[in-house]
Design a protein around this ligand. Structure first.
Ligand code: FES
Length: 51
C-alpha cells in the first residue's frame, strides 16, 4: 500500500501512517498493530520451510 493512509480498526480507532510504504499486520505480533513492524520475521519454524 502506498502512504499516507488511514486505517480504521474493528473498534473504530483510526490509525494514520505517513510512511511511504505501509503494510498491514496480519500476524498480530506487531508492536504497531494494525501496521506491520516486521515482527513477523522473528518467527522461527522448526522442521518447516521458510520463505
Ligand atoms: S505481519 Fe505482523 S508484524 Fe508483519
Amino acid at each position: 500500500m502506498d502512504g499516507p493512509v488511514e486505517l480504521v480498526t474493528e473498534d473504530g480507532t483510526v490509525v494514520r501512517s505517513d510512511r511511504v510504504v505501509v503494510a498491514v499486520c496480519a500476524c498480530r505480533r506487531s508492536k504497531r498493530f494494525p501496521l506491520c513492524d516486521t515482527s513477523h520475521r522473528r518467527r522461527v519454524r522448526r522442521g518447516g520451510s521458510q520463505e
